[in-house]
Design a protein around this ligand. Sequence first.
Ligand code: TUI
Length: 315
Amino acid sequence: MIHTDICDRIGIEYPIFQGGMAWVSEHILAAAVSNAGGLGIISAMNAPGEYLRQEIRACRELTDKPFGVNVMLMSPHAPEVARVILEEKVPVVTTGAGLPGVYMKEWVPAGIKVVPVVPSTAIAKRVQREGAVAVIAEGCESGGHIGELTTMALVPQVVDAVDIPVLAAGGIGDGRGVAAAFMLGARGVQVGTRFLVAHECQVHQNYKDKILKARDIDTMVTGKRLGHPVRCLKNPFANEFAKMEYNSNITNEEIEKFGAGSLRLAAVEGDVNRGSFMSGQIAALVKKEQSAREIIEEMFAEAEKLLAGGAQWVK
Ligand code: TUI
């Protein structure tokens, strides 16, 4: 049984967080992951605080286990979302796409466990000083908004830079990825893409089918010109977005406008042409739809076998 200090600090059985994916990670998926022994996470995405309050209450109807909320710091609603988190006494908060310090000043004294996603050692050290209980070192293999470094390079450097436990994210899709993360010094993992095909995940079936059919080379990164690179599956929307980025006659505002609402189109409408299907590079490892419990149990049974056996080929 793999058990780390992440389990004790957060109050979970398996050291795995389900990534907070905008328009995807709602209360049904989060509760299923928490009930299976991981940490389910509700995405506050770009929505007003009241949306999150309803989601938190609905999650509590389905589980009495700890769960988390992910705050996308670029959201214009982040300040009111931060207040709802305090009012609803959410046990764990993860943050992404920015620096959470201003909100941590209120969350940390209130006893909320804050676990920021970090793309570098400097940001990891900064959030440790500000009171983070752990950090998620996320490599650019992941889907959605990404940093520069790969998981292989980032995780051991963050492990060396901070004293708090580190979870690895980005490129982890099965037990081999979990075992590798532990070898790099991580004490837990965060997984997004694989949970997209969980039975309990409410995303449109077209999204699940695109993940299940994806090949290794089917993701691309758009948005670099705008300062927020995003990894998604190649499709007409992503190709057009990339073409616009290379066209100096098109303004950033025009590109932003073209991208607005595209993730909702993918996740809710299943629009395969105009939607943005954010996905990590391990989509091709995701072969079947399973329950959240099956995903977690399968990943950890495989990781445990690998870690217990060591490198079999070394005599
Ligand atoms: O946040 C994510 N992944 C996301 S957020 C998202 S919603 C979105 N939609 C459209 C365009 C952009 C975003 C989709 N996927 N992952 C966590 C993450 N955080 N990855 C990298 C970072 C990060 C980057 C910079 C964290 C901190 C940071 O600080 C630097 C700074 O100066 O803000």
